[in-house]
Structure formats: C-alpha cells, structure tokens
Write a protein that binds this ligand. Structure first.
Ligand code: URA
Length: 201
C-alpha cells in the first residue's frame, strides 16, 4: 500500500491518533506521537510510551524521560532542538492488580508501527538518528541489531542517514548499584555527545 500523503507533523499526529494497524491501540489511552521541531537535526527513537507517556500523550515524560533529559543536557544538546519519538506509538502493558506493567512490543507490532516512523523520517529528514535500545534499532533496520556491539559504530539507513545505537535509558533505572548506574549514565551521555558531534553541519 502506498504511504498516505501526510506532509506535516500535525497531520501525522492526527493520523496516528486513529491508528488500528495492530491490536495495541485497544488497551492504550492514546497514541503518543513524536515531539520536536520539524527541522530537527537529530531524531531520538525510543521503544514505546510508558505509563506516564500513555496518560499524558507526550513521549519520554516519565522516569526514563527524566534520565534522557539529563543525558541530552550532558551531551550539550537541548531537548527542544531534537525530535524525540518511539518505534511503537501505543503503550503495551499487562494489568497486575491496578498496576499497568510494561510489556515489550513484539516484532509484528514493531513492524506494523514502522509505517509511522518511516513517515516521520520523511517529514523531518534528520541528519542523524539515535536508536535508544534494541526495539528502536530493530525497527529502523528491520532486523535484530546487537546494542552493545553497535555502540559508537556509525551505522546507516539505506538512504545513508547515520544511525547511532545506544542503550535505552530505562536500562539504567534497573541498575541497583549506584556506581554502576553512574558509569552507565556517563557512557549513555557520551553516546549522545558522539552522535551530536558526528552530524554534518
Ligand atoms: N520509554 C520509551 O521508550 N519511550 C517513552 O516515551 C517513554 C519511555
């Protein structure tokens, strides 16, 4: 099927809000679109909205988002200059009592949602992309990409757009040891700085 004629982020947002391309829309509050300037040089791609993002309708506004914001600032960037989005636009979760526990999207869901990410890439045309974790990398390349081995290696999409693969910020939230968490955070910030430096002017 040809891609729909969507030419603006607003049009994309409206179309995503009506998405039924996979079953995830049924249990989510809303689709969470990407956010940032139309002419962002750098696009950061996460996995999927979490509980807070699902409720608020904005990407990376929960605990992982706070870490991401710190790392963006530590890398010398400003969140308002980057486009922050997700590989999957609806929150996948399971209910445990009253809690909604995050569930990883499967390859079918990732591939169905790639439709939206592709449109976002065509509209924004970023100079570089950061894949935050395995789901984002899987979506962008259409195949599994080993996150640790790919760090600081410049990969590229078929059209030549550079892709920098790093961990997902949630991975740091799960580390209990403070020193280890700090080291991982420094590494993560360094990965973002590396990506920013390698963008063509
Ligand atoms: N994790 C993500 O991958 N995306 C969000 O928007 C929030 C948490």
């Amino acid at each position: 099927m040809p891609a729909p004629a969507i030419k603006s982020l607003k049009g994309l947002r409206e179309a995503e809000a009506r998405c039924t391309r996979c079953p995830l829309y049924a249990d989510a509050t809303q689709a969470v679109p990407g956010e940032g300037p139309l002419r962002a040089r750098l696009m950061l791609v996460g996995e999927q909205p979490g509980d807070q993002e699902d409720k608020q309708g904005h990407p990376f506004v929960g605990p992982a988002g706070r870490l991401l914001d710190q790392a963006i600032a530590g890398a010398g960037l400003d969140r308002s200059e980057v486009l922050v989005t997700n590989a999957v636009k609806h929150f996948k979760h399971e209910l445990r009592g009253k809690r909604r526990l995050h569930k990883r999207p499967n390859t079918y869901e990732i591939d169905r949602c790639k439709w939206w990410l592709d449109l976002e890439l065509v509209i924004v045309r970023p100079r570089g992309i950061v894949a935050l974790g395995a789901t984002a990398a899987r979506s962008l390349f259409g195949r599994p990409v080993p996150v640790e081995k790919s760090r600081r290696r410049q990969l590229a999409l078929a059209d030549g757009t550079p892709v920098f693969v790093t961990q997902h910020p949630s991975a740091m939230l799960r580390i209990e040891d403070r020193a280890e968490r700090r080291a991982r955070f420094r590494q993560f910030t360094g990965d973002l700085r590396h990506a920013a430096r390698h963008l063509s002017p």
